[in-house]
Design a protein around this ligand. Sequence first.
Ligand code: NI
Length: 170
Amino acid sequence: MVHPIVKYGAEVLSKVAEPITAYDKQLQKLVEDMFDSMYAAKGVGLAAPQIGVSKHIAVIDITFGKDPDQKIVLCNPVIIATEGKQTEEEGCLSVPDFREKLTRPMRATVRARDAKGKEFTMTGEELLARAFCHETDHLNGRLYLSHLSTLKRELIVRKIKKLTKAGEWA
Ligand code: NI
């Protein structure tokens, strides 16, 4: 089931999400809904708070659904190592139509549990490293905007406020 994406300004996006404790049918349904919602929104990553669910789980697929083997589920993810730097444009489904250049690690290793509760570690490079960092941030109540300079962030926030006033941000 496709859920609408929660946008910047919603409280759920700035809260630390609750840890996953049960790997049950309800969680499998949430995972399915998250992939559906992410593909519908044409994203490469989605954290549960972005569909209004304050739980510590994110999904990633940098192939946009082209390769089912590349689907990644991260329950309670923690970034345990990073290496190098990359500077690329980054965006977020919760901050649509904005993109900014942002420096992230070139490689990031995440430790998490999969949808069945099995622990794993995985190292991603380039876009995947960026996604690991971006989605883990979401679960800690942090948007990529918080990594920008104050000036850049305030410019975006001001534009969003205008859009909100005009009823074009909901
Ligand atoms: Ni995002």
